[in-house]
Design a protein around this ligand. Structure first.
Ligand code: SF4
Ligand code: SF4
Length: 427
């Protein structure tokens, strides 16, 4: 059991993290920095401060981008501190609006219905309502668009390697509704390196709940996922936030009951199902792979060298890939394997774009400032394609492209790679 104060005690207050923190960079305030937030959370945990609205305000403005964990020389586990603090604050100062939003977003059926109904109310009428409800501020995020599934030509089986194994693919919640083409491209690329997908029917991994203060719900969703993916196969994840959460599932289970229990529920313990609890959660870490990690290891680079895509591409590091999983070189290596593709440098490529799960709904003004900063950096690259690996960043940066009347295409890395192997077919 690691109480919040023990985790926070590793902070030596050196301040090396400050300049990496987007909210500190924007505001210059200590209370909007990692060091300040750790101090507030520790003080509340030790009873020096109350878990009240004032503390919540500063914890709420954190993007959860984890840039501070990359910068910290003392190895402070800021992610756990943030998740525990948010969970505690949700108990003391509950935000029912956020809870219902998450319920709607993490059920593919509900999300699809909501987005279809949203078409009846064009413009920003629904975002306006949501934003006022969640933050009291004017909305910045538009209703996300459901992308069509591109009609790729059938794969030429004769030209493919023999099937050498199976994997699970996390289809998730929002990803499957908003970006079905990303899953289609992922399946094709897996097959191109000899892997088939075993269907699991698994849904939400609990990432949005874990990041937003609902650890009990996150744990329940993690257990459900386990039930659906019991065989010891690799699990391929193409959404950075989900992959980062799954690689850290052990934290969800190793903490004390106070941390992981849904409010008012009793801990069911390891007897709740086969293999549940810390040993399973530990094993999960070695089974979950970001799609770029897995494809690179399985030799997709060689396959891509036979494709072609004449385009200038800028790669945006999603926070939960770069800072959450340390996955930076793999997507770049795959993109660089494509003949004709010029990978250009993007300034501040690993600075958060402001999407951050539901942050662009809960903190629209700060999110907008970060989006505009990201957009300026992207424009400076003169890239024709922005490649990335997370649905939140995808929808948010795509909105910027629309708002600026730009022809820049925003694509998941796997969409770019699959396009390179289907000459003349753009997604
Ligand atoms: S979180 Fe790390 S980098 Fe930041 S002040 Fe604490 S010890 Fe220093
Ligand atoms: S997670 Fe991101 S926004 Fe939050 S304190 Fe760390 S660097 Fe700052």
């Amino acid at each position: 059991v690691k109480p919040l104060s023990d985790l926070a005690a590793h902070c030596i207050r050196c301040g090396f993290c400050l300049e990496s923190c987007p909210t500190f960079v924007l505001t210059g305030q200590e209370t909007e920095s990692p060091r300040g937030r750790i101090y507030l959370a520790r003080s509340a945990d030790e009873g020096v401060l109350e878990w009240d609205r004032e503390v919540k305000e500063h914890i709420d403005t954190c993007l959860g981008c984890l840039a501070c964990t990359t910068a910290c020389p003392s190895g402070v586990d800021y992610e756990q501190i943030l998740e525990i603090a948010r969970d505690r604050l949700e108990r003391e100062v509950p935000n029912r609006a956020k809870q219902s939003l998450l319920k709607g977003m993490t059920s593919p059926r509900r999300l699809r219905i909501q987005l279809l109904l949203g078409r009846l109310y064009p413009g920003r009428r629904i975002p306006q309502f949501l934003s006022k409800w969640l933050s009291g501020q004017s909305p910045e995020a538009e209703l996300p668009r459901m992308h069509p599934n591109a009609s790729y030509p059938p794969l030429d089986e004769a030209a493919l390697p023999p099937v050498r194994g199976e994997v699970y693919l996390l289809e998730g919640c929002a990803m499957r509704v908003l970006f079905p083409n990303v899953h289609a491209a992922t399946r094709r690329l897996l097959r191109r390196v000899g892997y088939g997908v075993r269907e699991s029917g698994a849904g939400c991994c609990g990432a949005l709940h874990a990041h937003n203060g609902f650890l009990g719900e996150a744990r329940a969703l993690a257990e459900k996922l386990l039930q659906a993916m019991q065989d010891d196969l690799p699990i391929i994840v193409n959404s950075a936030g989900c992959g980062s959460t799954m690689k850290h599932y052990h934290n969800l289970f190793e903490e004390g009951p106070e941390r992981i229990l849904p409010r008012g529920e009793e801990h069911v313990g390891p007897d709740a199902g086969p293999g549940l609890g810390p040993p399973w959660a530990e094993g999960w870490r070695s089974r979950a792979f970001d799609v770029s990690e897995f494809l690179l290891r399985q030799g997709l680079g060689e396959v891509l060298s036979r494709g072609r895509l004449d385009a200038k591409v800028a790669y945006h590091d999603a926070c939960h890939l770069a800072h959450g999983q340390g996955v930076r070189s793999e997507p770049r290596a795959l993109l660089s394997s494509v003949p004709g593709l010029e990978l250009v440098d993007l300034q501040e490529s690993d600075m958060c774009c402001g999407s951050a799960g539901i942050y662009n709904l809960t903190e629209p003004q700060l999110a907008r400032r970060l989006l505009e900063r990201k957009w300026r950096n992207l424009v400076a690259t003169e890239a024709e394609i922005v490649a990335l690996g997370n649905p939140g960043c995808h929808a948010w940066i795509e909105q910027a492209a629309r708002e600026h009347g730009s022809t820049v295409r925003v694509l998941h890395t796997v969409e770019v790679l699959e396009e390179a192997l289907n000459p003349g077919k753009s997604t």
